[in-house]
Structures are given as C-alpha cells and as structure tokens.
Write a protein that binds this ligand. Structure first.
Ligand code: PEP
Ligand code: MG
Length: 315
C-alpha cells in the first residue's frame, strides 16, 4: 500500500469543493525542474533568471539565454511557465546594471527600473525568451519585477508583446501598484504578488536586516488588504492573480490568500505537498471566511490566530 501511495499521481491543487487552484513551483535555475514536477508542480509560477546574470561582468548573449530558457521549458511541455525578467538591484545587485553607491538600494534602481535604464538588456532577454518558447511546447508568461506604476506596467506589457511574448504581466511588490491594481490589470494580462517585497515595502522594514525581521510577516492585515485589492481587481477584469512570495508556502495562509482572490499559488517545491493537503480541507466560502477573519485583525499574530480559529470552526 505504501508503494502504491508513493506512485499515485499527485492530485492537482484544488479546494474541497473542486475549485481549482493550480500549484506551481518557484525555480532559481533549470536544475530543479524535474524534481519540481515529481513533487507535483503543475507548472512554474516564478522562474528567477538572476542566476544567468550573477557573477558576470556583462549580460549573457541572446543565444546563451535562449539555450538556458529552452532547457527549463522542455521540462514543462504543455504547462504554464511564468518567467520573471531580471530582478537586479537591492538584494541582487549587478555591477553592470546597478549603482553600488545607492544609500537605499531597495528603494533605488532595481527590477524593472534598472532594466528600463538599460533597455537593450531587457530587449535581449525578452527576445531570448520568445525564441525559447518557439522551440518548446511550454506556455511562457513573462512578468516584470519591482513595478510601481501603471505607466511602467503599460511600458513592459507593450514591449513584451511587441517582442513576441503573448502573455505579459507584472509582479505586485509595491503597495502603490497594489492600490491601483484595477488600472494595472487593464493593461496587464495577469498579476503575480511577490509577498516578500510587498511585505518589506508595506511595513517599511528592510527584508535583509535582521534587526527588523519581526516586521517581515505577510500575515499582517495591511499586506492582506493589499492582496485583496489585487484579487478583487483580477476578478473584475477576469485576469489571473498568482502569489509567488514565501507566503504561498504557509499552508494556512495559502487558504487565506485564495479567499482573498488568488487564483494560483507558487512556492518552493518542498512546500507543495502540505499546501495541497491544506487547500483540500476548505471550500471557497470557507476560505473567504478565513480571509475575512484575518483581515479583521489588527496585527500579524492576531490575524494568524483568527484564521486558525476560523479554520478549526469550519473543519
Ligand atoms: C517576492 O518579493 O515575494 C518575490 C517572489 O521575489 P524575490 O523574493 O525574488 O524578490
Ligand atoms: Mg521580489
């Protein structure tokens, strides 16, 4: 029986009432792809591309990028793979894109801001990605990191479409964009919430700084309200809203995030099993009840406790 259980195909992510919540993997390079599939990843919700650029004095060629992207995409035939454009700066500085002298790099030229300042690098990356998609059967979605405005959203989505990528979206990591999600989602094909940075910017606490680490808690109702803004905008426009920050890997918070309107969850592959199990225990109305309980709290700890209490009452 144990062997049969181990060999059984993993059920796709779903709530108890059958509402589908695709469970996707966060990957930092192509090497983890096969293992993610084994652990039940239904696709990739965040492919971080920094590994290709780090430790090098210049950007890799279009050919080299195309080869690396194709190598990863081949592991996901027929599946959705969300690739993030280079997120240089702040915790991931690159000599050829970032200014090492910035006093507040998390508030500086990072993510899409730095790509836009060196647009040739962005164009090359998007071109390599479009070519890699053309030589595989995966469905590529591309998204930009660290987007603050609707204008930046339009800029990125237009450029990605122009360079041959059909589905282009933005990461919601900055409170300003979360608050204008209804406008951003008019322009973008989808949004994916990066709860690590969204928490950092909402609580004004550097995620790299141990002395303020206690503020870095995505259960904070201020963060949850922003997630709800994006979830509601996604429903209004009929556009997908994913979560790709660490929050999605917390089994109880995952249910809350779905209750707030998230349509997919992406996480480290090792977290997939527990999140799948947790989602299967709640219906969509129950997930919404958990979300309402957490939203009504006045802090992270009480939000978590309120959701746990609502969960205990509904199962
Ligand atoms: C995030 O900010 O939540 C995210 C997924 O991106 P990263 O952790 O790579 O900044
Ligand atoms: Mg981020």
């Amino acid at each position: 029986a144990r062997a049969a259980r181990a060999a059984a195909p993993l059920a796709p992510g779903a709530l108890a009432d059958g509402t589908r919540v695709p469970l996707l993997a966060n990957l930092g390079n192509a090497d983890g792809a096969a293992q993610a599939v084994q652990l039940g990843a239904e696709g990739v919700g965040l492919f971080r591309t920094e590994f290709l650029f780090l430790g090098s004095g210049s950007a890799p060629t279009v050919q080299r990028q195309q080869r690396e992207y194709a190598r990863m995409l081949r592991e996901f035939p027929g599946k959705k793979v969300v690739v993030r454009a280079l997120d240089a700066g702040a915790d991931k500085p690159l000599a050829f894109l970032n200014d090492a002298e910035e006093e507040n790099p998390a508030l500086g030229l990072r993510g899409l801001r730095s790509l836009r300042a060196s647009e040739d690098i962005l164009r090359e990356q998007l071109t390599a990605l479009a070519r890699a998609e053309a030589e595989t059967d995966a469905e590529v979605w591309v998204m930009a990191p660290m987007v603050s405005t609707v204008e930046e959203t339009r800029y990125f989505v237009t450029l990605a479409h122009e360079l041959g990528l059909r589905t282009a979206g933005v990461m919601v990591e900055v409170p300003a964009l979360a608050l204008l999600a209804d406008k951003a989602l008019q322009a973008a094909d989808f949004a994916s919430i990066g709860t690590n940075d969204l928490t950092q910017y909402t609580l004004a606490a550097d995620r790299m700084l141990g002395s303020v680490a206690s503020f870095q808690d995505p259960w904070h109702p201020a963060v949850l309200r922003l997630v709800q803004e994006v979830g509601t905008a996604g429903q209004q426009h009929g556009k997908p809203v994913g979560i790709c920050g660490e929050a999605a890997a917390d089994p109880l918070l995952a249910v809350v995030l779905v209750g707030l309107g998230a349509t997919t969850l992406s996480m480290s592959p090792s977290a997939l099993a527990d999140v799948r199990e947790s989602l299967s225990r709640f219906t969509l109305p129950q997930a919404r009840d958990l979300a309402a309980a957490a939203l009504a709290a006045d802090g992270a700890a009480s939000a978590r406790a309120a959701a746990a209490e609502a969960a205990a009452a509904s199962t």
